[in-house]
Design a protein around this ligand. Structure first.
Ligand code: DQA
Length: 146
């Protein structure tokens, strides 16, 4: 299985950024753990992060062109604002799992709405960095069932 972990704006700041909400792990540490998980589960993993909406859209389109089996996407604040990312997800055949490190429903009202939720396979929110591993598990199960 080939999977893409795609992190959006400000997630390069993990470790320094609002540790009460997002924990103290860095993006590099997270990606290293994800690579280990991927290796153990026979997943070919690509990890990417961008602060730019258009670049996230390019990655999603590329995931389809390159026949990825799934994407685990933390679109950060674009979750709550981006119709363009929603349209990109709707335009591709590749399943996308939406993840959030913090439980967005426990936080400010503006984080409760996701433009992406109606077009993704499912949403995993609030389990800290485990959301990425849960997202990969969901893709593995989906892939095994064919
Ligand atoms: C986030 C939640 C978003 O509301 C926020 O803008 C982020 C991170 C999370 O992982 O909990 O940047 O997606």
């Amino acid at each position: 299985m080939r999977a893409l972990i795609l992190n959006g704006p400000n997630l390069n700041r993990l470790g320094k950024r609002e540790p009460d909400a997002y924990g103290t792990f860095t993006l590099a540490e997270l990606e290293q753990e994800l690579e280990q998980f991927a290796y153990a589960n026979d997943i070919k993993l690509t990890c990417s992060q961008s602060n730019h909406e258009g670049e996230i859209i390019d990655w999603l389109q590329q995931a389809e062109r390159q026949s990825f089996d799934g994407v685990v996407l933390n679109a950060g604040a674009y979750t709550h604002t981006s119709i363009a990312i929603r349209d990109a997800i709707a335009s591709i055949q590749v399943p996308v799992i939406e993840v959030h490190i913090s439980n967005v429903h426990k936080r400010e009202e503006f984080r409760h709405h996701s433009y992406l939720a109606p077009v993704v396979e499912g949403q995993i929110t609030g389990f800290g960095k485990d959301v990425y591993f849960l997202g990969l598990h969901a893709l593995l199960l989906r892939n095994q069932r064919g």
